[in-house]
Design a protein around this ligand. Structure first.
Ligand SMILES: [Zn+2]
Length: 420
């Protein structure tokens, strides 16, 4: 096999809905490099986002390449076909070199009985007292438990195998980074379930470099984590231990690491992620997405004049179509409608009032997480504005870029990867 493309230890997924912020995002990775930590950018955009906005994956590639060239970035970078499946992968094949195989829909679909039997008899090490180095208490399992987990996940892993092999057929082995995502499902996976899933992935011969489980707690779009941070921290460490064990036991790629589909802005667990990664000398991939789009709106609002008008118009329309906009994201938003200001009130706001409500600064009493979540899903409104929105971005390029870079570096990269 030829040399395999490998994802470095630390990487950040960045979303660029309107393909105008790649340079500003890359500038944040350059700041990290200047601070002594290599954080590799991965531009991620799901099929759903492309559909809503009307963009093509090839545009993400063009924007990423242009940003890298303009800023002289010499380290690796990737374009991620985020949450694809057999039906949607086609247009991502050419421009992408990172594929997030989404098998959440297959989770829970019964696998073939003979496959489950074969899995259970192939893995006696998963039955009984399962000792994983660095996890204090051994997991206690029995054959019935392993069978139940296999039955829940095996069909999904086999489905990932089908997608993986299709991409290999079209692009060649080792030419892309494969990730398996299971985050968009209802129940979180425990560390021992993760271990069983990794055994199945190794059996299916998918050389994944990242895996995105569903973690405990709520990961609402664009706002902070809701859940038990201590429990998250404990499970995150156990996941790292399980991965370490699976790499050695099942021969998965050495650089396999967790991928956190954060939904952006999970500030209260960033320290736990950083501390665990340091403790285990592990890598991590953290995907953000909509946070950059919100910085575009913040930048426009801060600019005043026509920019502020556009920001107000986006809110007015998002408010009017809240139900429709929220629908595809129903499980990952938590808007308190009583806390949404009326568009008439927002129309009277200054730049300062608008940015204070929207910017994710929890120490600011004017910060409004419902307002922020509605705008987070409101990018469809800006997409409908078409050229008017893009012209506003162009006219206010500098102030928007400053917000995008500062947000990504100060609020995300620094706490997660640098830790100070
Ligand atoms: Zn995800």
């Amino acid at each position: 096999m030829s040399k395999r493309i490998t994802l470095p230890k630390f990487s950040v997924g960045v979303g660029d809905r309107f393909v105008h912020q790649a340079k500003a995002q890359l500038a944040a990775c350059i700041q990290a490099a200047e601070a002594g930590v290599e954080v590799i950018p991965v531009w991620n955009k799901s099929n759903r986002e492309h559909m809503i906005i009307g963009t093509e994956p090839s545009q993400t590639r063009v924007a990423a390449d242009a940003a890298v060239k303009a800023l002289g970035w010499k380290q690796p970078y990737f374009v991620d076909a985020d949450h694809i499946n057999l039906k949607t992968v086609e247009r991502f094949l050419e421009p992408c070199d990172f594929f997030t195989l989404d098998v959440a829909d297959e989770i829970g679909k019964a696998a073939r009985a003979e496959d489950v039997d074969a899995f259970v008899s192939r893995h006696p090490e998963l039955i009984g007292e399962v000792m994983i180095p660095r996890i204090a208490e051994p997991f206690k399992t029995d054959a019935a438990f392993v069978r139940a987990v296999a039955n829940k996940f095996l069909a999904a892993v086999q489905d990932a195998g089908n997608i993986y092999r299709l991409i290999v057929e079209r692009k060649g082995e080792g030419t892309f980074v494969p990730e398996i995502s299971m985050d968009e499902t209802d129940a979180p996976q425990t560390p021992v379930e993760l271990l069983i899933i990794l055994a199945a992935i190794a059996d299916e011969k998918i050389p994944i470099q990242t895996i995105a489980p569903k973690f405990t707690g709520r990961f609402n779009k664009g706002v902070d984590y809701v859940g038990d941070v201590a429990q998250f921290a404990r499970e995150f460490e156990e996941d790292l231990a399980a991965i370490d064990f699976a790499v050695k036991r099942y021969g998965l790629p050495e650089n396999l690491k967790l991928s956190v589909h954060s939904g952006s802005d999970k500030f209260s667990i960033y320290k736990a992620i950083h501390d665990a990664v340091v403790k285990f000398d592990a890598g991590v991939h953290v995907k953000t997405a909509g946070t950059t789009w919100l910085e575009e709106i913040i930048g426009l609002a801060e600019a005043g004049g026509g920019g502020l008008e556009i920001a107000k118009e986006v809110y007015r329309e998002a408010f009017a179509h809240a139900e429709e906009l929220c629908k595809p994201y129903a499980t990952v938003i938590d808007i308190d409608y009583a806390k949404l200001p009326s568009p008439q009130v927002v129309d009277g706001w200054t730049s300062e009032q608008y940015t204070s409500a929207l910017r994710h600064d929890q120490s600011n009493t004017a910060y409004n997480s419902s307002f922020r979540q509605l705008l987070h899903v409101g990018f469809k409104v800006a997409a409908k504005m078409g050229d008017r929105y893009i012209s506003a971005l162009n006219a206010n390029e500098e102030i928007v870029a400053r917000n995008v870079t500062t947000n990504l570096y100060e609020r995300h990269i620094r706490p997660i990867f640098i830790g100070r």
